[in-house]
Design a binder for this molecule. Structure first.
Ligand code: ADP
Ligand code: MG
Length: 687
């Protein structure tokens, strides 16, 4: 009996095949591993009076009213009621036949999420099913909801997967068990076929709570297998890296010693320790791939500079990539100053530069006239060619995707020789978590702050107390302090964020006439941004209103106050990162979090955590506890590695176990596991 293929499913056809391919599904096995993101519970009916905001419900009612109205835009609004209460349904997209369906007195069964709009209970775009006297039967099973691609409907996908589960049951799909028997026994996991079939088609006895719980046995089994697959690919990348050639450097520490002797401060023990780990790595014939984690302000730039100086002293070029133009400009200025006693050519490259200047720098890079090139993504553009790049430094790694990292690596590649890679991040993640996300990298931590740093005092104030804040700030500025005033807009566009900053800038100027107020945002030209930053650094500006573009890396030690608007809507780690713009010198610093009044308990707790903690690790840990999994890494990082079912913040209890297990898996089995779980063509050696 031969195995069935996607095309054997009813309703797929050539078009369906293309759509499935688009989401990485090429075989029935892939389809079986396309797992639900959640479930809809249409197995029971709720009374309208029992509906709660933020949850999905199945409910019924009779149509009382149905009208097309204009309120900003055209919409269709319906009111239905059962014997307990009434509720509003709202449609923004609708056609004539839908309007016709909602005749007064008709019975309708709806499924959707309740929300409160100005205290009115409503459901936007519910699924609707009309019926006469006879009630349609309720679903017997929970309905899985799958991640989609454009043009592929939920019901088609559901239908295809349902068919494949049936094929699996009658043995038409060959799906090998890839977990060793020992593992299955040890954790009491079910076999793969039962696990998949229970997840896609949960049986009647499975409750919704059990299915979405992290303790669900079927799910845990898949989570374990997926994490194992990731450990296996890391293992493969690590051993592949060992077969690659890089540029072995010497161990002459003279240049670094010279640099240390010129510094205004003594590097911390932690900085020295991490620097040594890097130098040791770079003496090897194989490429270094090291991640350095250090809280905001721990002095990561200096460690990177040691590494750069070492590679340059060995006669090679170094690329230093930062996520924003102002950050690369700042690195350029401060590194130039720190290396002024060395014969080193340093250039800056970013997208907004004049074409002519860019051409010169590009040419210099190619000819080897520059030793250290600092810049943004511009460094990874096609026309950039290095003469002899031996080290790549990536600052604030979490702002770049894996993809960009790969491109830069391949740039340094000279036939079969790869540059060393040093990746810096302030992301405060526990070691086990780092192992899951970056298991292919070696890992160092700078766990010590430079001496003399004072704790940052953190205050939360309601928006209604703006006048008080103005007074406070005016006093601070007159005492010679400099201030950041940050205006983040969450989940909206950069344009809106800039508008908010511009508005706040006007307002502050009006209220604080004697203070020099500056403005910086992402839509200004690079030259303007540079000028504003220079003025701020030279104290010509006392108060700088900005968008979140100052979030990473900026270093103006005389700035001692930061005010953050909309703080109730921001992640704790992001707030901590922003707060890290102050407290960089030896003066006492303050962070004022402005929030909208009417905070709920969670929000209050979050602000309390920030007030009580000055350490990124502790903050992340506490945030994890109150906000639950998933939030802590923020959106950008979640995209870094896509898990199908594992949630690293929730499931990291399995990380050590899967790592251990990965050592016992044969190459053949490893290949199968990786193929099953990681279908995004990880190109080995390029990460
Ligand atoms: P981050 O780790 O956030 O990138 P930076 O590298 O920008 O931190 O360093 C923060 C500030 O601390 C800079 O002004 C830097 O010059 C200074 N600094 C770095 N190392 C030390 C040290 N060992 N002692 C005192 N100041 C230091
Ligand atoms: Mg930095």
């Amino acid at each position: 009996m031969s195995d069935a293929g996607l095309i054997d499913l009813k309703g797929v056809g050539q078009k369906g095949l293309i759509k499935l391919n688009k989401i990485g599904i090429y075989s029935l096995e892939d389809l079986l591993f396309h797992l639900p993101i959640r479930y809809n519970d249409k197995t029971k009916l709720s009374k309208i009076s029992d509906l709660e905001p933020g949850k999905k419900f199945l409910f019924e009612g009779k149509v009382d009213k149905a009208n097309v109205i204009f309120f900003k835009k055209r919409m269709f609004v319906v009111r239905i009621s059962d014997e307990t209460a009434s509720i509003q349904l709202r449609f923004f997209y609708f056609n004539k036949s839908q309007i016709k369906n909602f005749t007064i007195g008709k019975n309708v069964r709806c499924f959707g999420e309740l929300r409160l709009a100005n205290n009115v209970k409503e459901v936007v775009h519910p699924e609707c099913q009309f019926f006469e006297n006879e009630r349609p039967p309720l679903d017997e099973f929970l309905t899985p909801v799958y991640p989609l691609t454009e043009g592929l409907h939920q019901y088609s996908l559901r239908n295809y997967i349902k068919q494949s589960i049936e094929l699996l049951k009658i043995g038409k799909i060959h799906l090998p068990e890839l977990l060793p028997k020992k593992v299955l026994d040890k954790y009491e996991f079910v076999d793969i076929k039962s696990a998949l079939s229970n997840i896609h088609r949960p049986d009647k006895s499975t409750s919704h709570e059990d299915l979405i719980s992290s303790n669900n046995k079927n799910k845990q089994r898949l989570v374990f297998e997926e994490l194992l697959a990731h450990q296996l690919i890391f293992k493969r990348i690590r051993s592949f890296n060992k077969t690659l050639e890089s540029f072995p450097l010497d161990n002459n520490m003279q240049p670094i010693k010279k640099l240390i002797s010129k510094l205004a401060f003594k590097p911390t023990d932690s900085q020295m320790h991490v620097m040594q780990e890097i130098i040791d790595d770079m003496q090897r014939k194989t490429p270094m791939t090291r991640l350095v984690q250090g809280d905001v302000g721990s002095g990561k730039t200096l460690v990177a500079l040691f590494a750069a100086l070492h590679a340059i002293s060995n006669g090679f070029q170094v690329a230093f990539m930062a996520p924003t133009e102002i950050l690369s400009e700042q690195h350029y200025q401060s590194i130039k100053l720190m290396l002024k006693d060395f014969k080193i050519n340093i250039s800056l490259l970013y997208g907004g530069m004049k074409t002519r200047e860019k051409k010169i720098v590009t040419e210099d890079i190619k000819l080897g006239n520059v030793d250290l090139i600092i810049g943004t993504h511009a460094l990874i553009q096609n026309q950039i060619e290095f003469k002899n790049l031996a080290l790549i430094i990536i600052d604030e790694q979490h702002k770049f995707g894996v993809h960009q990292r790969m491109t830069l690596t391949s740039k340094g590649r000279k036939s079969e020789t790869y540059p060393h890679q040093l990746i810096l991040t302030a992301t405060p993640i526990p070691r086990t978590l780092a192992m899951t996300l970056y298991g292919n990298l070696d890992y160092s931590v700078i766990d010590e702050m430079p001496k003399g740093r004072k704790e940052i005092e953190t205050i939360a104030l309601s928006e209604t107390r703006r006048d008080e804040i103005f007074k406070k700030i005016s006093k601070k500025c007159h005492e010679g302090n400099q201030v950041y005033w940050v205006c983040p807009i969450i989940d909206e566009s950069e344009v809106l964020e800039c508008k908010a900053a511009i508005k706040t800038h006007e307002q502050i100027k009006k209220n604080l006439k004697k203070i020099n107020v500056g403005l910086i945002h992402g839509r200004m030209k690079m030259a303007e941004k540079e000028q504003v930053m220079r003025d701020f650094r030279n104290k010509k500006i006392d108060l700088l209103v900005s968008t979140t573009i100052i979030e990473v890396g900026l270093d103006v030690p005389n700035a001692t106050v930061i005010i953050i608007e909309n703080s109730e809507r921001m992640g704790l780690s992001q707030l901590h990162q922003l707060r890290g713009r102050v407290g960089r010198g030896d003066k006492k610093s303050t962070c004022i979090l402005i929030y909208k009044s009417g905070l709920n308990d969670t929000a209050r707790k979050r602000i309390d955590i920030l007030r009580k903690n000055n350490n990124g690790f502790d903050i992340a840990k506490e945030d994890l506890e109150i906000r639950g999994p998933g939030e802590i890494l923020g959106k950008r990082q979640k995209g870094d590695i896509n898990f199908k079912i594992a949630n690293v913040t929730r499931d990291y209890k399995y990380i050590n176990d899967t790592k251990e297990c990965s050592e016992t898996i044969s190459d053949k089995l490893s290949e199968k596991l990786v193929k099953r779980w990681i279908n995004e063509n990880v190109e080995i050696g390029k990460i």
